[in-house]
Design a protein around this ligand. Structure first.
Ligand SMILES: [Fe+2]
Ligand SMILES: [Fe+2]
Length: 311
C-alpha cells in the first residue's frame, strides 16, 4: 500500500485545510452563558432511567439526572481522547516509532493529537462551567466503564498483540459514528452551548473518521493471519464496550440524585438489562473491517454474529 493509496487516493491529506477548519484554530471556546430558559441539558431519550416509575415519582430529579448525564458524557469524551486516541496518534507521529505510516499520515497524526487534546480540554472545562451555571455539582463523575472493559479484553490477548490492540481500539472508537455526536447538535430542545460544543467536536471527528479508515486499510494487509484473527475477533466486544450502557455511571447518578443504594440498584436493574446493540450504530466500523475481508475469517465472523453486528 503506497502513501497515495492510503491517503484517500491522490495523496491528498484529509487535513489539508486544517488551519482553517480545526475547531482548536477556527472556533471560539464555548462559554456557558444565559439561563436554561426551559432548555434541556441532554436528550432524555438517551437516559433510560428517566422512564422508570421510581424516577417519574420524583419529577424534581429529572433535571439533576440530565445534568449528570451531560457531565458523564463530556467526561467520557475526555477519557476517549486521553486513554484511546492520543496515545496511538502520538505513536503514529513519533520518529522511530513502532508504527511506520506513510509520511502524509504521520504528518496528519500530529494534527489529530492537537484536535483530541483540545476536545479533552474543552469537554473537561465545559463540565466545570456548566456545574457553576446550574449549581449541580459533578459528584457522580467517574471513569467510563469502557476503559476497564477494554483493559480486560486487552489482558486476555497474548502480550505481543497488545500494542496492535491499542491501534485497533483507536480505529474502532474513531470509526464509530456516535449517535450523540450526530444527534446533539441537531436537537433544538437542548441548551445552545451544549449543542455548540458537541458540534465543534463532531466537525473534527468527520476528518478523523476518514483518517482512521485509511489507517486500517494500511495496517490490515501488514498483519499476519494469526494477528488478524485474534484482533478481528475482539472488535465486536470493543464496539459493545464502547457503545453499550455504563451501568456503574447510571448508579452513581441516581445516588447523587438522592436515591438510596437499593433503589438505585433496582432502577438500574430494570432499565439497563442487556439489550443487543442496534447493528446500524456500528455499521461504519463493521463496514471498514468487512471491506478488508476481515469477516471472511470464520472466528471473526462468528464474533460479529455473536454480538448481532454481522449485518
Ligand atoms: Fe475527538
Ligand atoms: Fe477523533
Amino acid at each position: 500500500v503506497t502513501a497515495e493509496v492510503a491517503i484517500g487516493g491522490g495523496g491528498v491529506s484529509f487535513f489539508q485545510h486544517w488551519d482553517e477548519l480545526a475547531s482548536v484554530r477556527a472556533r471560539p471556546r464555548r462559554l456557558v452563558t444565559g439561563g436554561l430558559n426551559g432548555a434541556l441539558l441532554f436528550p432524555p431519550e438517551h437516559v433510560p432511567m428517566l422512564a422508570h416509575p421510581l424516577v417519574q415519582e420524583r419529577a424534581e430529579v429529572t433535571d439533576i439526572l440530565l445534568a449528570h448525564s451531560l457531565y458523564q458524557y463530556m467526561y467520557f469524551t475526555t477519557a476517549v481522547e486521553q486513554y484511546t486516541v492520543i496515545p496511538v496518534t502520538t505513536r503514529f507521529a513519533r520518529e522511530g516509532s513502532d508504527c511506520v505510516l506513510p509520511t502524509p499520515m504521520r504528518r496528519d497524526a500530529f494534527k489529530i493529537c492537537t484536535d483530541e487534546a483540545w476536545h479533552a480540554q474543552f469537554s473537561f472545562e465545559f463540565i466545570e462551567d456548566m456545574a457553576q451555571a446550574t449549581g449541580v455539582a459533578p459528584i457522580a463523575l467517574g471513569e467510563p466503564a469502557f476503559v476497564d472493559q477494554a483493559e480486560r479484553i486487552k489482558a486476555e490477548l497474548e502480550p505481543s498483540l497488545r500494542p496492535l490492540f491499542d491501534i485497533v481500539f483507536a480505529i474502532v472508537t474513531e470509526t464509530l459514528i456516535s449517535k450523540y455526536l450526530y444527534d446533539i447538535p441537531r436537537d433544538e430542545r437542548l441548551h445552545a452551548p451544549v449543542r455548540e460544543t458537541v458540534a465543534d467536536h463532531a466537525a473534527d471527528e468527520g476528518r478523523h473518521h476518514a483518517y482512521f479508515r485509511a489507517v486500517l486499510r494500511h495496517l490490515w494487509p501488514t498483519l499476519d493471519r494469526r494477528q488478524r484473527t485474534e484482533l478481528g475477533a475482539v472488535v465486536p466486544r470493543l464496539i459493545v464496550a464502547f457503545l453499550g450502557p455504563d451501568l456503574p455511571a447510571a448508579r452513581r447518578m441516581l445516588r447523587a440524585a438522592g436515591f438510596a443504594g437499593p433503589l438505585a440498584d433496582e432502577v438500574v436493574g430494570d432499565c439497563y438489562r442487556h439489550t443487543p446493540l442496534e447493528a446500524a450504530q456500528a455499521a461504519a466500523t463493521t463496514a471498514a473491517f468487512r471491506e478488508l475481508g476481515a469477516l471472511s475469517d470464520p472466528r471473526v465472523r462468528e464474533a460479529f454474529e455473536q454480538e448481532g453486528l454481522a449485518g
